[in-house]
Design a protein around this ligand. Structure first.
Ligand SMILES: [Zn+2]
Length: 167
């Protein structure tokens, strides 16, 4: 059995059960499916908005606290001031998708790169000057460090930070 939300040509919506989707098609074609409000046989399946799984309990993957990914501040970015309210946003479905992609990217980076923590500027510099071998690393850099690295022509990127990680 399958439950469909249906809508008639006058805009009434109602729910009805069918054996399967083919059964609905057959009955609708024969005008056997009628609106309980106005009796119209011109009914079709209502477009349902996909339900987002945000309210699902325990759906969030558990992250080990010791692996809390640190963001590398961009040279131009100001240091966050603790007393400043955190930026908030209402996300459209497209933005949610984008954010999911960002999370994937960040998860990929943090899985495939070594967390060097506060040693990031030192490690990045050593790599840049050929003292140690190039590898993927991530870690923390103060705005001063980031500025200095940028001035030395050392290329690095801020890790995408997701609002839900700020806790
Ligand atoms: Zn109707």
């Amino acid at each position: 059995m399958i439950k469909y939300t249906l809508v008639c040509d006058k805009g009434h919506d109602f729910e009805s059960w069918f054996a399967d989707s083919a059964a609905f098609d057959k009955q609708a074609k024969r005008k056997l499916v009628t609106c309980p409000h106005c009796g119209s046989a011109k009914v079709e399946k209502a477009i349902m908005a996909p339900r987002l799984a945000t309210s699902k309990k325990g759906a969030r993957p558990i992250e080990a606290p010791s692996e809390a990914p640190a963001a590398t501040p961009a040279p131009a970015a100001a240091a966050p001031v603790p007393s400043t309210p955190a930026p908030v946003a209402m996300l459209s479905p497209q933005e949610r998708e984008f954010r999911t992609k960002l999370k994937e990217l960040r998860d990929h980076l943090t899985k495939n790169a070594e967390n060097v923590g506060g040693k990031f500027p030192e490690q990045a510099r050593k790599m840049h000057y050929g003292e140690i071998e190039h590898r993927s690393i991530y870690g923390e850099a103060t705005p001063e460090d980031a500025k200095a690295l940028a001035e030395e022509g050392i290329e690095f990127h801020p890790l995408p930070v997701l609002p839900e990680d700020r806790n």
